[in-house]
Design a protein around this ligand. Sequence first.
Ligand code: NOJ
Length: 545
Amino acid sequence: MHDQAGHEWWRSAVFYQLYPRSFQDANGDGIGDLEGIIRRLDYLNDGTPRSLGIDAIWLSPTFPSPMKDFGYDVSDYRGVDPAFGDMAAMERLIAEAHRRGIRILLDYVPNHTSDQHPWFIDSRSSRDAAHRDWYVWRDPPPGGGFPNNWVSAFGGPAWTFDEHTGQYYLHSFLREQPDLNWRNPEVESAMHDVLRFWLDRGIDGFRIDVMGMVVKHPDLADNPPNPEWTPGHSTYRQFLWTNNRNYPDVFETVRGIRRVFDAYDERMAVAEVFGTPAEIANYYGGEKLDGLHLAFNFQFIHESDLRGGFTPWDARTIHRLIESSERDLPPGAQPCWAFGNHDRPRFISRHNSDGRGDERGRAAALLLLGLRGTPFVYYGDEIGMVDNTAIPEERRQDPARYHSIWRDPARTPMQWDASPGRGFSRAEPWLPFGPADISVAAQDHDPDSMLSLYRDATWARRNEPALREGTLELLAANDLTVAFIRRAAEGRAVLVAVNTSAGVASLPMPAPGRVIIATERTLDRSLAGSLLRLPPFSAAWVALE
Ligand code: NOJ
């Protein structure tokens, strides 16, 4: 379970979320694949500070799938989709990654399968089918209408009527993604076997898709209306998801999944969950920590997906989010942070209304990698990729306006160089590229580039116990800066300071120090006496004496 210093490896690891369709195409079909990922492993970590220096990758789903929801509709949990390669390629990827010390998480999708999964094909074949009760079927209510008021995350009712057997089935997402019935022990056991199948093949763990929805209210009771919803807004927000998300019964299922991991050494799971830090804490198992190893805190993206809007880049907000996470997680639980993912606009695009998104993106790198917890970097953020919002209608791929957000713009292929195929593919890519001037090649040898900043930061973090595993102590909140001290047991301390304002901010230094890394070079010279002068939108790590 432990690294050389006696810690569980995932506690000090930097993770990288990689969207396989968009990372590297090796076979020339315009879609990224496993062979492509293997070719790019040295970029991720070749053991030297010339590489990005991440410790682990999470691959968005790679299983056979009709790709209605780009892999989140799984038709076989034990294979590899031909678009990405085959089992031999996956085995090679695991071996090649491990050779470089990179761990691999797959994406476990327990809430639903594809409607093309043999379990569902059997389930819908007749009311007496062996797998009928593996999914959630209900009669139409006597007065007509749907079995309850639940809506799909993609809009519209969460129920589809099946003419053949005369019942509705539940789908919290697309109708091609029927929800599994985890209250059926056969389902639980079959899904545990899926985990074992991959853990036995050397996978280091899983990101778990919508963990909090897997077990719902036993009677599928209606959800209460969301008082903040007004007509004309997404139906996703019309109700509070009280009876189908974070429902208390789900935590027993979480513990069951944890027990599967505990039979193996050095494996881990990180859950996709939505809620406040207090709600997220339950997924760790509370005080006993017998739940999952990590659960995402998405509050830097949005504080509530039912309210809409994104979290502003603002010192007081950031201070409050860190404070609540530190306060509400049980002792021994470690936060898990992501500032972006394949479901949301990219960080820079969310914070660019005044054209200063790039600067905020640099500061965000030092915040994300400076926080106490496990950081997840979304592929391309390390080179400052932005959303491609100009994708023409006929090139759009995302079937859903997820929570009324369209996801293609943040999923465009990785930009390796400025050539027409961006070093990604020799064919037309599955989604159009973003601007050509943002690429690995353009930044590789520029010490001031975003890529160099990320590299410097991951390697500095690796070499600094205060950042890797230190405690976090917030300094007093103010309007311009957010700052905290990371302190390791052996007395080393690092100040992490971020100026979120458009003006220069001066921060009183808690102790004399030396700038380790900063978003701007001039910061090296800005430690004047007991004040740290932070230029607009800048951030710094300062080793304290
Ligand atoms: C959350 C995933 O991140 C998203 O991409 C997917 O559409 C839904 N879960 C359904 O699996």
